[in-house]
Write a protein that binds this ligand. Structure first.
Ligand SMILES: Cc1cc2nc3c(=O)[nH]c(=O)nc-3n(C[C@H](O)[C@H](O)[C@H](O)COP(=O)(O)OP(=O)(O)OC[C@H]3O[C@@H](n4cnc5c(N)ncnc54)[C@H](O)[C@@H]3O)c2cc1C
Length: 429
């Protein structure tokens, strides 16, 4: 039996691990973090193709997978409704998807507290070495180890994430803390706000323990705000003066950074958004990056998910792309007679797909990216102004609405049927 070592036990790693098992491979997953990852709370916009892949793994994709807002509603800076349109995609949460994928995989083959340091790749196969000095041996190593991938650094050292010039402030609040009037106004809807220079989206997702019962759900928000590289370094500096690079653990964010963020929000986005931010006990932020890899394998090492490509989150494609990468890899390994041919086929398909996803996400975020990185006189028309209707259409689109992506997905998936319905819970106010 052939054996794969999957590095990274988040969504991309678990999608690949489950799919490879389903085609008869022996799979071990190695995750750097020391315990269950299920507490990484954040909303995840899904696409039909992601739910399809979960179905294929054997996960029961029922109504508890997420919530389906009644509309996508755009507020102007003063809080008045500007535009309203249907919101066709299901909104789930990272924890809900992780739980389902983790429960589908054998506990004994998932190793926490295993941080890959390096690997060798020779005629006898691949051997991974971890920071605790242990090793593991297999036929294939799969880097599903995220944007700072150790596997990618070893095989494609020139592929580096580029800071896009803005950050995403994020948070999740329990449904029950929303006052009745605000709840009635926003909870059943995906509310967005696109004043020039900023962008905010907020929507209901499953609550703690993946609860989708009314009263037990959560409201997720993401606010994109321009920040220069110098300002980012200051935001990532903790109370003892240590700068943590371009990311910082939520608990280490200085209280004055949060106070400033709340004050800025009051100046730039709609009051309904500000209220939701104010109800959030511990907001956190992530810098936004673009990452492109020129190919997705070298010898017997492959990369997928955020290890291979990172698209700006406006198009909500990260997890779906990881699922399609994983499916494409499993299909190629099943269809080709040897691993080398399979990896070449996988790389050719998913590299083109990733390139197109990145290009689209860059276009949607062009205005936000230009604010803190380019002088206004050099802005292109796309960078100069953010059209709320275009933003709503582009960021809410399903894969089947984007011709340059769906043509590749259909070709790559070999005509595998697309879902005809979406089993989400409809949010009730
Ligand atoms: C603001 C924001 C909003 C987003 N919204 C959406 C959305 O709505 N929809 C969507 O689909 N996507 C969204 N995304 C993107 C999505 O979160 C990612 O694309 C997705 O989580 C990538 O999964 P992954 O498994 O490839 O990587 P990750 O989730 O980053 O996992 C990598 C794993 O590898 C582990 N690891 C790292 N190094 C090592 C090592 N050396 N050894 C062992 N393990 C290691 C890490 O601990 C981690 O668990 C959003 C992202 C952001 C920033």
């Amino acid at each position: 039996m052939r054996k794969a070592l999957v590095i990274g036990g988040s969504l991309g790693g678990l999608l690949a691990a489950n799919l490879l098992r389903s085609i008869g491979w022996q799979v071990q997953v190695f995750e750097r973090v020391g315990n269950d990852l299920a507490s990484r709370g954040a909303g995840i916009g899904t696409h039909e193709e992601l739910l399809d892949v979960m179905d294929r793994i054997g996960i029961n994709v029922d109504a508890s997978i997420g919530v389906h807002p009644e509309s996508r509603t755009c507020l102007d800076r003063a809080g008045k409704v500007q535009h309203k349109m249907p919101r066709p995609r299901i909104l789930s949460s990272w924890g809900r998807l992780y739980r389902a994928l983790k429960d589908a995989f054998p506990v004994a083959d998932y190793y926490f507290d295993k941080s890959l340091v390096s690997f060798t790749d020779d005629a006898s196969g691949v051997t991974a070495t971890f920071s605790d000095g242990t090793t593991a041996h297999g036929d294939l190593i799969i880097g599903a180890d995220g944007i700072r991938s150790t596997v990618r650094a070893q095989i494609l050292p020139d592929a580096q994430p580029l800071y896009a010039g803005y950050i995403a402030w994020r948070g999740l609040i329990p449904e029950s803390v929303l006052p009745a009037d605000l709840h009635a106004e926003i909870f059943s809807h995906n509310m967005v706000c696109y004043p020039d220079g900023d962008a905010m989206t907020m929507y209901a997702v499953p609550g703690p323990d993946n609860d989708v019962r009314p009263g037990h759900r959560a409201y997720n928000w993401v606010w994109y705000h321009p920040v220069t590289p110098e300002q980012l370094a200051a935001l990532c500096t903790d109370a003892t003066g240590v700068c943590h690079g371009m990311a910082i653990a939520p608990a280490l964010i200085r209280p004055e950074v949060i106070t400033d963020m709340r004050a800025t929000a009051r100046r730039v986005i709609a009051p309904q958004c500000v209220q939701v931010i104010d109800f959030t006990a511990q907001p956190f932020f992530q810098a936004i990056f673009d990452l492109e890899s020129p190919r997705l394998y070298v010898k017997h090492a492959a990369i997928l998910g955020d290890a291979a490509f990172v698209a700006r989150p406006h198009v909500g494609m990260g997890v779906t792309k990881a699922a399609l990468d994983a499916e494409s890899l499993a299909d190629a390994l099943q269809q080709c007679k040897d691993i080398d041919t399979a990896l070449a086929r996988f790389s050719e398909r998913q590299q083109l797909f990733g390139t197109r996803v990145i290009a689209r996400a860059r276009r949607v975020g062009a205005h936000l990216g230009a604010q803190a990185t380019k002088p206004p006189e050099t802005w292109t028309p796309e960078e100069r102004h953010q059209d709320p209707v275009r933003m709503m259409i582009e960021s809410g689109a399903r894969l089947r609405d984007v011709p340059e992506l769906i043509e590749l997905v259909r070709a790559n998936r070999g005509g595998r049927a697309e879902r005809s319905d979406t089993p989400a819970t409809v949010v009730q106010g």
